[in-house]
Design a protein around this ligand. Structure first.
Ligand code: ZN
Length: 50
């Protein structure tokens, strides 16, 4: 695997790196932006606010 962590979704630098849920079927780490986007998509109205 590449040493440089790039987002599997938008190819931006994934820093910090977020690991996708297995059920999302995404083969690599995500940037914070895509991660929260996907959280939103998969847990519509149900995600816990931090
Ligand atoms: Zn991204």
């Amino acid at each position: 695997m590449a040493k440089k962590a790039t987002c599997a979704r938008c190819s931006a630098a994934a820093r910090p790196r977020y690991l996708p849920m297995e059920s999302w079927r995404i083969p690599g780490p995500l940037c914070g932006k895509c991660y929260s986007h996907l959280i939103d998509e998969h847990y519509d109205g149900e995600h816990v606010r931090v």
